[in-house]
Each structure stands twice: as C-alpha cells, then as structure tokens.
Design a protein around this ligand. Structure first.
Ligand SMILES: Cc1ncc(COP(=O)(O)O)c(C=O)c1O
Length: 392
C-alpha cells in the first residue's frame, strides 16, 4: 500500500513502540503512588515532558499532557474564555480552523459568546492586521491555527502573537499539524496556549499536550478529578502513550531539518508532475516555506474527490479529501470555500500528505494512477464535455 494520508495519522515508529512496551507490563505503576514502582512511571513522565518541551524550546513545567489535539483545543478555548469572563465574551478565530476549534467556538456561541471568524485570502492566509482590526474592548481570546490541515498554509503566528500581546488578549494556536513538522520556538513566539498531538509525528494515538505560557497559567482544568498534571488535568496518566510521545518528539527534533528539506523536494516534484500531466487541475494553498513540507492539495475539475479516493484505494493508494462525509451527502470543504472555491470545487479536492518514508517512486505511481482515474471519470462527464467545448 502507498500511504499518503499522514496528516490524518502516521504509522508509529518501531523504536517508539519499543520504548513504550515496558510501561504496559513490568513498569505499570500509577505515577501518583509512593512506592518505587510508581517512581519509574513518574520518572518516565518527567522525561517525556522534557522531550516535548525541548522540541518547542520551552520549559517542561509549561507542558500538560492531554488525550490529544481535540481535548487540548477544547481545554484551551473553553477555559481561557472562562478565566477572562470579567473582561468580555468576544472570541476571534479564522474560517479555516479544524472542527476541534470551530465546534468549540460554536458551542460557546450557543452559550452567549460572540465569535468573529476571520476570512482568509486565496492561499489561506489571515494577517496580523486583520486580527488587530477585529480586536475589541471585550475580546478575550484569539485562536489561529499554526498550519492548516487541508491545504498546509502556515499562518503568521509570530506577527499575530505580537498583536495579541500588545492588545492584552490571550492567543491560542492549534499547532497539531505544524508540531514536529516545522520549527516552533516558544521562547520567541508570543503564544499563550498551544495544542499539539502525538499521532501526527509517528507517536501513539490518544495523547497530546497543551502548552500554557505565563499569561495562561491560571486557566482551570477541563477534566475535573484527581490532582494529576499539577491539578490541571485529572485522570491517571497514560504512561505508555506519554513515553511514546516523548520518544517521537526526540526523533522529530533530531530529524527536523533533513525531513523538511526532503519532503519539500518531494512535494514540489509531485506538484509539478500532477499539474503537468492532468489538465484543468487547481493547486490549492501556498508554496515554498509558507506551506507544510509534506502537504499537497489538488482540485481536479469535474471530478468528485470521493470517486477518486475510492478508485485510488482499489489501486492500493490511501489519500484523503478535504470534505467531511455525512450520511448520503458530501459537504464541500469549509476550508476550500473559505479560499474562494465554489461548492463543486469544494467537493473536488484531494489531499496527499507525505511521511519521512514516502519515496519518489511511490509518488510517480500515485501520479500515474491519478492521471488514469481522472481521465476515466471525466470521460463520462457531460459537464466536462461542455466545459471543453466552451473553452475550445
Ligand atoms: C489542525 C488539527 N487540530 C486538531 C486535530 C485533532 O487532533 P487529535 O486527533 O489528536 O484529537 C487535528 C487532527 O486531525 C488537526 O489536524
């Protein structure tokens, strides 16, 4: 199988699993207990926290383990607005956030908060100036993703952080797609809260972190219960997963620059190849250093993504679309709509996301299959025939 859906999840590395294994069996102690078996878990927890912090160039005490990116986003948004409730009830975010952010904001709207969804340009960028203009007296939180999960656009997080700090508004970034894929230096960025997840960087599923900077350190827990994670996140720590996450962070830090360079080269190679061989193809998103190294997103006019994905799967290739499937109907991608695509184009986007093991040969094979599939699906399309006649 050729796996090109690494933004959805990655294959865990064997060395990550090897480090996790003893914590399922012999070192199974509860980190909150007092005996020496528990100390092994406590030590492993500290070591993993150090490794996560090192990847972000921050202090370990600012890192809190969670069950993944979704929980981190929910926690960051729900509890920072709660902390700031005496100031106001206005939140600023963008039109292209992940559902973990969008739906959290929607639930707050139902509870009486007002949310501004900033539009993005045709490549998916929001600007610091837009954020500045949108901030009001009663704005309590700005939440802008570090990099988009569908089109890979990397947002100007440094500049947005400056604006938020200057205006005294908390700044959260959902860095689930950027974490471990591009450098993130929290000693330089004015970010107050940052969400990240393990399974996007060759670690286990079901574990993530929320970073809390000094201005956000007072937020309350989302999950109530015991005193784990310094009273911020209750529940017995998932030590094996946390250990695996720590190992994945260590590897990500060591390999970051070479992975980035390699994936960028492969991405640009594949982009050229597909655009050169499949007519009427749209490239969605940005380019160069403003795009995640391993992200490609194409729109094949008059061809629904769903059909392409099924045929790719039959040929042994796993890819995805930006659209969310709901029973019987396919909603167009909200990200594609936000960058100016129409409803049809919003259903035509195919996302390919690379891993550190993706090869040029795999991409050649995928490009060839795409060429055949798109041409086959278009050959039965009256709409496409009309389009060709009009453009002849
Ligand atoms: C941008 C973004 N945020 C949040 C999440 C949710 O992360 P998790 O799967 O760890 O809950 C994802 C996962 O796809 C994502 O891409």
């Amino acid at each position: 199988m050729i796996y090109l859906d690494n933004a959805a999840t990655t294959k865990m590395k064997q060395c990550v699993l090897d480090e996790m294994m003893p914590y399922f069996t012999e070192n199974f102690g509860n980190a909150s207990a007092v005996y020496s078996l528990a100390n092994k878990s406590k030590f492993a927890l500290d070591k993993a926290r150090d490794r996560v912090a090192a990847l972000l160039n921050t202090r370990a005490e600012r890192i809190f383990f969670t069950s993944g990116g979704s929980e981190s986003d929910n926690w960051a948004i729900m509890q920072s607005v709660q902390m700031m409730s005496s100031k106001g009830r206005h939140i600023i975010t963008t039109a292209i956030e992940h559902p973990a952010v969008v739906n959290t904001c929607r639930s707050l709207e139902e509870a009486g908060y007002e949310v501004t969804y900033l539009p993005v340009d045709q490549k998916g960028f929001v600007t610091a100036d837009q954020v500045k203009q949108a901030i009001r007296e009663d704005t309590v939180l700005v939440s802008v993703m570090f990099a988009n999960n569908e089109i890979g656009t990397i947002e100007p997080i440094a500049a947005i952080g400056e604006v938020c700090q200057e205006k005294g508004v908390l700044f959260h970034t959902d860095a689930v797609q950027a974490f471990g894929q591009i450098p993130i230096d929290l000693s330089e960025l004015k970010v107050d809260l940052l969400s990240a997840s393990s399974h996007k960087i060759y670690g286990p599923k079901g574990v993530g972190i929320l970073y809390l900077g000094p201005r956000a350190s007072g937020i309350r827990s989302l999950i109530h219960g015991g005193s784990q994670e310094r009273n911020k996140r209750a529940g017995t720590e998932n030590i094996p997963a946390i250990v695996g996450f720590g190992k994945a962070c260590e590897i990500a830090k060591e390999t970051l620059s070479q992975r980035m360079q390699r994936e960028r080269e492969l991405r640009d190679y594949m982009k050229q190849k597909v655009l050169a061989t499949i007519p009427h193809t749209t490239w969605h998103g940005s380019d160069g250093e403003d795009r995640l190294p391993g992200n490609l997103n194409f729109g094949f006019r008059f061809v629904e993504a769903e059909s392409v994905l099924i045929l790719l799967d039959q040929r042994g290739i796993a890819a995805s679309s930006g659209s969310a499937c709901t029973a019987g109907s396919i909603d167009p991608s909200h990200v594609l709509i936000a960058i100016g695509a129409d409803e049809d184009e919003g259903r035509e986007s195919i996302r390919l996301t690379l891993s550190d093991e993706t090869t040029k040969e795999e991409l050649d094979e995928c490009a060839l299959q795409l060429q055949e599939i798109v041409s086959m699906l278009r050959s039965g399309s009256l709409l496409y025939e009309d389009f060709l006649k009009q453009n002849a």
